[in-house]
Design a binder for this molecule. Structure first.
Ligand code: NAP
Ligand code: MG
Length: 495
């Protein structure tokens, strides 16, 4: 990163350059691009704009680091664990500066960024624990042979991440990849490159050997795409949009690269008539308005039983009107700006088109008044009622603070409607009836189902989507499978 006049002092803590083969380097052609504070629209940093030649160097570094065993045979699993623990400690030590950098780069409120960075620290700790526990199996094959099933790292991993939880999405891939002994080229989103660079600095300080974690900053087509076709890359793990996910799956098919995809959603949030209403209202609103609605699992389709419909709708409006938009750095802010002018315009176009498209406008909140924030990318939270899935806002992933509310009468109908989407990432169910909760949870085609809650994503558990929401699973022990190959070694014990 090169500094920008007048930029906040904390940005001096972001290393200058991308991290390739243990060195901090500029792009070969010297080009840079700008990172912007979405609350003000001001440029806060310039970072190297990687091209294919830069990615080539990063992949070469990761390939050598994998092939010469410096992160494999040369280190014990204990040593890998120790380095991951050290990374976790350093994230905790630098929490305040990482939080501030994250807020400046992506706009989210301080409280949310604190949650993210704390989970990043835990993520490294959690996978440090796994490093020493990845074990194989000895299936019985008869008395004259021994069959050993062993787990081995998949190799060089290209990790491509989005901007809504920048450091957390990166850690979600980097931590299990490193725990299994893989080497990495990480490409953060163009909007939010800064904390990925901080992560590389932390890894370096923690003693990670050079070349094991490389970070290339830049645009998808220039800095991401070359990894898809490079035969030295064994695995791509991607979090982002469905369109790019499909392109990655198609492109990687040529070399049968291993692919994990974490994509979008249009998740149902179902409030039954016997729900704990106060909690359901707060959780439902948080499920769509939290993190500015820039959440892949946002509960963007709210289904409310007719018997509590008016009460829940009124409650959601009350929750939305209590939201305070502002700079993420202001402690009293509860909703920050969207990440970019482009994202703001996209969300606004959905909101503007909704009334003419069969949705009934119920509420839109207030934008911040401060002149300082006049150029920020703010979108106020809004609530729409929809009769069915025909309005575009009821079907498409908006990735902004826009709730669409449906009325339902019976369980079969709401399950059918909940599943009436190409996506299948998450769902929330609010009811006091345990049988109803569990039977509905099993009928909803989604990878994550919350009962009487919305959005928790504990790193120890599981994440990932059914249908068009993705391929493979992340978090918990399930993420390890994404970075491991499985081998049989058969030993003849007979004559
Ligand atoms: P995106 O446009 O798909 O971008 C995601 C990442 O892919 C960015 O780093 C992007 O680079 C890169 N990329 C773009 N084109 C590429 C190409 N041809 N080859 C290689 N890399 C390429 O998604 P986004 O708009 O940043 O993020 C929002 C989407 O992510 C939403 O759809 C959301 O649902 C999804 N998401 C899913 C999860 C989950 O866990 N399921 C979590 C968070 C977000 P640039 O930065 O240059 O575009
Ligand atoms: Mg930014």
């Amino acid at each position: 990163m090169s500094s920008v006049d007048g930029a906040p002092a904390v940005l001096a803590r972001v290393p200058a350059g991308m991290h390739i083969d243990g060195r901090w380097v500029a792009a070969i052609d010297g080009e840079e691009f700008e990172s912007v504070d979405p609350a003000t629209g001001r440029v806060i940093a310039r970072v190297p704009r990687a091209q294919a030649a830069d990615v080539d160097r990063a992949v070469a570094a990761a390939r050598s680091a994998f092939d010469d065993g410096r992160w494999g045979e040369a280190v014990s699993a204990r040593d890998r664990a120790r380095i991951l623990h050290r990374m976790s400690d350093l994230v905790r030590e630098r929490r305040d500066e990482l939080v501030e950098i994250e807020v400046l780069d992506c706009g989210k409120p301080l409280a949310d960024a604190r949650g993210d960075i704390d989970e990043v620290a835990f993520m490294f700790e959690y996978y440090a624990g796994w490093a020493t526990k990845i074990a194989g199996d000895i299936p019985p094959v008869g008395s004259d042979a021994l069959s050993l099933v062993v787990r081995e790292p998949v190799g060089v991993c290209g990790l491509i991440v989005p901007w809504n939880y920048p450091m957390l999405m990166a850690a979600q891939k980097v931590a299990p990849a490193l725990a299994t002994g893989c080497t990495v080229v990480l490409k953060p989103a163009e909007q939010t490159p800064l904390t990925a660079l901080c992560m590389a600095a932390i890894a370096e300080e923690a003693g990670l050997p050079a070349g094991v974690l490389n970070v290339v900053t830049g645009f998808g087509v220039e800095a991401g795409e070359p990894m898809l076709t490079d035969p030295r890359v064994d695995k791509i793990s991607f979090t982002g949009s469905l369109g790019v996910g499909r392109h990655i799956q198609r492109t990687c098919a040529d070399q049968l690269k291993r692919v994990t995809l974490e994509l979008g959603g249009k998740s149902p949030n179902i409030v039954f008539g016997d729900a704990p209403i106060a909690e359901a209202i707060v959780g439902t609103a948080a499920g769509i308005f939290g993190n500015q609605g820039e959440v892949c699992s946002a509960g963007s389709r709210v289904f409310v039983h007719a018997s509590v419909y008016d009460e829940v709708l009124e409650g959601m409006v009350a929750q939305a009107s209590a939201i305070r938009l502002g700079s993420g750095l202001d402690e009293s802010t509860t909703m920050g700006p969207l990440v970019s002018a482009r994202q703001r315009d996209r969300v606004r176009s959905f909101v503007d088109a909704a009334p003419g498209d069969g949705a009934r406008h119920v509420f839109t909140g207030a934008l911040p008044e401060s002149a300082e924030l006049a150029e920020g990318f703010f979108v106020a939270p809004s609530v729409f009622e929809v009769p069915d899935h025909s309005p575009a806002i009821a079907r498409e992933e908006i990735f902004g603070p826009v709730a669409t509310v449906f009325r339902f009468e019976d369980v079969d109908e709401v399950v059918r409607q909940a599943n009436n989407t190409e996506y299948g990432l998450a769902a929330a169910i609010w009811t006091r009836d345990i049988n109803l909760a569990l039977t509905t949870a099993r009928r909803v085609r989604a990878g994550v189902v919350w009962v009487n809650d919305s959005q928790p994503a504990p790193s120890e558990s599981l994440w990932g989507g059914y249908k068009q929401s993705g391929v493979g699973r992340e978090l918990g022990r399930y993420a390890l499978d994404a970075y491991l190959e499985t081998k049989q070694i058969y030993i003849n014990l007979g004559s």
